[in-house]
Design a binder for this molecule. Structure first.
Ligand code: M6R
Length: 588
């Protein structure tokens, strides 16, 4: 959470930093701020709300050539001007992404030494410590090293010091941070899209590395302040991938990219009905643990059904924030699969690290290239979703589901199943071209909704329910269809929307019975199925195209995503940036 951008160079810094922050708003958007050098003085402007609110307070023509900026997702202290970054104490001004776990003891200690604090954040102790130790060390790099020794937690920092009018300093421990290089200047940023308007050359900082950038050069130091050589990466995508391109919202744009995302992911791993070398052989593993958070966890639930059904591999799915603290029964036959769009989700990353530490092999299923999870896993398989900006994941979910279905085929050795993916893009397109407004109209005024389904359809219910809650703020519960009558059915009253999903003809009559039970109690039923249905228990029907059960979830998720989008729109919600959320959850 939180996004950092910094620039020092030949161009005016404020437009560059603000533009970069807009691309990082997905990381947090409750307040924002910039610090910039003007007439040899560091000036700070901060505001509650979006970057657009901050922009109104800033003259973009300001002749400043060095600036750092921040977009915040509050962890310690409410969103307010005083809690917004940058934070300044004495000579040091800092922007921070992450959490300082021992900030209370540091704060108490510094207070005793006479330091005054203006915010309730954990961050403010960082400039305070820097300023305090700088008086002893009188050298910025040595001071940063000393402060790193004191800090506990996960963080990325951008730092400027009144005594150095040429350089921006940056540090990474845990939270992601890159430096980017152009002929007109150097950048720091939490993520690549922030700099793509200016350059595609960047360097990833690793744990406890310190960078120093000025208008035409950079240096990276290790923890012992030894100058180190770093590999320069080139980002292959284009800035356009992260633009709205005429769509009213990123969520809608990203859903409409699903046909391409499916094909790109499929074609990356398969050619002429055979797997390419991009798909390794995992035959030695006898059981699988899938670990993830949120929607990625629900992809894991889908994958468990597929892996057990077709590959006969016992699979357990665990929420990463639990997995990292519980006793796990794994051994050399276990493959731990971590699914993550961003590749930076703190709990998923720590779960991966725990498995690695225990000597267990790990596989990352990730969208963001060179993200931490992608780099730290033993094996990495990328999904080809491209940049996903909307906080609610859609195309990455579809791409992850596609890849897990492909992995199932690989592990099952039933390669003839690959033909079931053929032509699926046309069915995706067919679903994307339908209008979902009438379904949304049946839902948008209600306070509660239910999603029910059995087996793999239950996993889709979980995702449909999360999507609706997240984007439209309607309370929603997903239930195994047969389980409702054991208590939860008491919540069904006249008009309660129940979305029933059934894509498996072997159990269709069972799910229909459960839908009739709620219909008898007044529920308004939206029935999603791929089987012709001549019964009249439902109020609205979504007929999915026919497809093999292995690939059905790739299709059934699309109406769920588009209904959520339409409901959120009818409710005038902030679709791409729902309240209280951030796209990349880099704190515990
Ligand atoms: O980047 P990740 O896939 O690791 O993110 C996991 C969850 O935070 C994410 O899927 C979240 O639940 C989405 N906002 C749901 O739309």
């Amino acid at each position: 959470m939180c996004g950092i951008v910094g620039y020092v160079g030949k161009k005016k810094a404020l437009p560059i930093v603000l533009n970069g922050l807009k691309f990082l708003e997905y990381r947090g958007y409750d307040s924002a701020g910039v610090a910039y050098l003007l007439d040899n003085k560091v000036n700070i402007t901060k505001e509650v709300g979006r970057i657009s609110s901050l922009e109104k307070l800033i003259d973009l023509d300001t002749p400043s050539y060095m600036a750092i900026g921040h977009t915040r997702w509050a962890t310690h202290g409410e969103p307010s001007v005083s809690n917004s970054h940058p934070h300044q104490v004495g000579r040091f001004t800092v922007v921070h992404n992450g959490i300082i776990e021992n900030y209370l003891e540091i704060k108490e200690d510094l207070k005793k030494k006479g330091v005054k604090f203006l915010s309730t954040t954990d961050t403010e102790v960082i400039p305070a410590l820097l300023d305090y130790y700088y008086k002893e060390e009188k050298d910025i790099l040595k001071t940063i090293k000393k402060v790193l020794e004191k800090l506990e937690g996960s963080f990325a920092l951008g730092i400027i010091c009144d005594d150095d009018k040429e350089n921006i300093y940056a540090v990474r421990r845990g939270s992601p941070l890159i430096i980017a290089l152009s002929n007109d200047g150097m950048f720091i940023a939490s993520d690549v899209p922030a700099i793509l308007n200016y350059t595609n050359k960047y360097i990833l900082l690793e744990k406890d590395e310190i960078a120093k950038i000025n208008n035409n050069s950079y240096q990276v130091f290790d923890f012992n302040l030894k100058d180190i050589k770093k590999e320069i990466n080139t980002f292959e995508g284009s800035c356009d991938d992260a633009m709205l391109n005429g769509y009213p919202h990123y969520m809608l744009k990203e859903i409409h990219e699903e046909e391409k995302v499916f094909l790109d992911t499929f074609n990356y791993y398969v050619n002429n009905d055979s797997f390419k070398e991009t798909m390794p052989d995992f035959k030695k593993y006898k059981n699988i643990h899938i670990v993830a958070c949120g929607s990625a966890y629900y992809v894991g639930c889908i994958a468990k059904s597929l892996l057990e059904e077709y590959a006969m591999i016992p699979t357990c799915v665990e929420v990463a924030s639990e997995y990292r603290y519980k006793k796990n029964f794994y051994n050399q036959d276990t493959l731990v699969i971590v699914i993550s769009q961003s590749g930076e989700t703190a709990d998923s990353l720590e779960a991966l690290r725990k498995a690695k530490k225990d000597g267990i092999d790990t596989l990352a299923i990730v969208n963001v290239v060179l993200s931490s999870i992608a780099r730290e896993a033993k094996y990495t398989l990328y999904v080809k979703a491209g940049p996903e900006i909307a906080v609610a994941t859609t195309k990455a979910f579809l791409a992850q589901t596609t890849l897990m279905a492909l992995l199932t085929v690989k592990l099952s050795r039933k390669y003839e199943l690959l033909k079931e993916f053929k032509g699926l893009e046309r069915k995706i397109k067919e679903l994307l071209s339908k209008d979902y407004l009438e379904y949304a109209k049946a839902i948008y005024k209600c306070n509660d909704t239910f999603f029910i389904g059995r087996l793999i359809d239950y996993a889709l219910c979980l995702e449909g329910s999360l999507k609706l809650k997240e984007t439209s703020y309607i309370n929603s519960v997903a239930f195994q269809a047969g389980e409702l009558k054991h208590g939860t059915i008491s919540l069904i009253t006249k008009g309660t929307p129940v979305i029933g999903i059934c894509t498996n003809k072997d159990i269709v009559s069972k799910t229909i019975s459960n839908l009739k039970e709620v219909k008898a109690r007044g529920a308004y039923i939206i029935y999603i199925t791929n089987e012709e249905c001549h019964d009249d228990f439902y109020d609205q029907l979504i007929l999915l195209p026919k497809a093999h059960n292995l690939v059905m979830p790739i299709l059934s998720v699309i109406p769920l995503q588009l209904i959520s989008y339409e409901v959120a729109k009818l409710r005038n919600c902030d679709i791409d940036k729902p309240r209280n959320l951030a796209k990349s959850v880099t704190v515990e």
